[in-house]
Design a binder for this molecule. Structure first.
Ligand SMILES: Cc1cc2nc3c(=O)[nH]c(=O)nc-3n(C[C@H](O)[C@H](O)[C@H](O)COP(=O)(O)OP(=O)(O)OC[C@H]3O[C@@H](n4cnc5c(N)ncnc54)[C@H](O)[C@@H]3O)c2cc1C
Length: 378
């Protein structure tokens, strides 16, 4: 029958394209629908950071797997995704953050992430000679964390879905989920077309709740606005992702492939909703926060700012599960870490779908969990 595939995926960001690719590798026919262009959601608005430093054992292990996948991605996807293990350095300027990082390092090392270690201020300065270490007690450093280029990764996965016989449908908004006898059977598009499959995967990022509602499923994901900016490219200075948890801190890194600095900070108070408006406040404030850490950047010009959504769950952990409606799956709620988690989560989702297992592979990422245990390294 025309318009029929094994799996329909809703969403053309990292979650959808990674899941689609690993399903296609399992020889399932995949049709992916995206309301805009690929990367038009959160993935095209993220800053490309990839870290393994989390506090839930599942996130740490998944991120170690993601790093493996990123490292082999050029070859696997036959394209340059600009993976670079440039490291992440979380900075502690007070005793309570220092203690928290030391505790986290113990958890991370116990989960198998032996690359992470505490560095004192002097060693931090050796790693980042341009770092202003005033008031710095030290930091949590993992040299095998890194960066990749989101557009290249998503396009790489999408190309391979097509190579493997699947189809990608940009500018195709899903407006209905078809079902029969308690099972999903396909989707309806805004133009009235219907497409059929026994499996439908909701990878709609900040829209996961709305897409879930089309199937009568409550998906506990709420969007939250986050702003970012990027500078002109200058020579690569080897600065890892710097994460400053102070009230006027932020996080930024330099892309190795083009020398641009890219960064953001979490607004306080939080800004719920899906607005992608940019503010003058952020444009003035973010460079100040970057210069506080690396004063030498004063001469580097900001060239662009934008905003996008984090997709927040109540406990800061993602959702990877099947829903009450048979054949309807959800991968989302990555809480601002979806680019880095995407490859391993997409691989895990593909295996979950392929296996037909009833129980989700990570109980703490179940759709209907008790949202009690919070991820500390948000
Ligand atoms: C400023 C900022 C910085 C960030 N930095 C990082 C970082 O450094 N590292 C990191 O790992 N993460 C980062 N993130 C978070 C990361 O971008 C997200 O977690 C991730 O991109 C989520 O991917 P996704 O595929 O689930 O969602 P998305 O990329 O949003 O993809 C979902 C897609 O579904 C589509 N869609 C929605 N509804 C429909 C519909 N009805 N029909 C068809 N299509 C639909 C949307 O258009 C969208 O393209 C950042 C986010 C922001 C905003």
């Amino acid at each position: 029958m025309a318009n029929t595939s094994d799996v329909i995926i809703i969403g053309g960001g990292i979650a959808g394209t990674a899941t689609g690719y690993y399903l296609a590798k399992h020889r399932l026919s995949v049709a992916l629908f995206e309301q805009g262009h690929l990367c038009s959601g959160s993935t095209g608005r993220c800053i490309g950071g990839v870290r393994q430093q989390f506090t839930s054992a599942s996130s740490i292990k998944l991120m170690m797997r993601s790093v493996e996948l990123f490292a082999g991605m050029d070859q696997e996807l036959d394209t340059e995704v600009h993976w670079h293990p440039g490291g992440y350095l979380f900075l502690a300027h007070d005793e309570s953050n220092k203690q928290a990082f030391l505790d986290n390092i113990r958890v991370q090392r116990a989960a198998g992430l032996t690359d992470v270690r505490w560095v004192d201020a002097a060693e931090a300065k050796e790693i980042v000679p341009l770092l202003d270490t005033a008031g710095l007690l030290g930091g949590s450093y993992c040299p095998t964390d890194g960066q990749a280029y989101p557009f290249a990764v998503v396009n790489g996965y999408a190309q391979q879905i097509k190579q493997l016989g699947g189809s990608i449908h940009p500018f195709s908004e899903v407006t209905g989920i078809l079902s029969q006898g308690g099972r999903a059977t396909g989707i309806k598009l805004a133009n009235g077309e219907e497409h059929h499959a026994p499996v439908v995967v909701n990878c709609a990022g900040p829209w996961a709740k709305e897409v879930g509602a089309l199937a009568g499923i409550d998906v506990p994901v709420e969007p939250e606005r986050h702003e970012a900016l990027i500078t002109e490219g200058v020579e690569y200075l080897g600065i890892p992702m710097l994460v400053d948890y102070r009230a006027d801190g932020g996080y930024f890194q330099q892309f190795r492939h083009n020398g641009q600095f890219i960064g953001c900070y979490s607004p306080s108070p939080r800004v719920p909703g899906r607005s992608a408006d940019s503010t003058f406040e952020f444009l003035a404030e973010m460079p100040r926060r970057m210069l506080k850490l690396v004063p030498a950047l004063a001469q580097v010009k900001v060239i662009r700012q934008w905003a996008g959504s984090y997709e927040m769950t109540p406990d800061g952990n993602p959702v990877l599960d099947r829903a009450e409606l048979g054949g309807f799956y959800v991968l989302g709620g990555m809480c601002g870490h979806g680019f880095m988690l995407g490859p391993a989560m997409g691989e895990a989702m593909a295996e979950f779908v392929r296996s037909g297992e009833k129980q989700p592979p990570f109980p703490e990422f179940a759709l209907r969990r008790r949202f009690g245990q919070a991820e500390a390294m948000k």
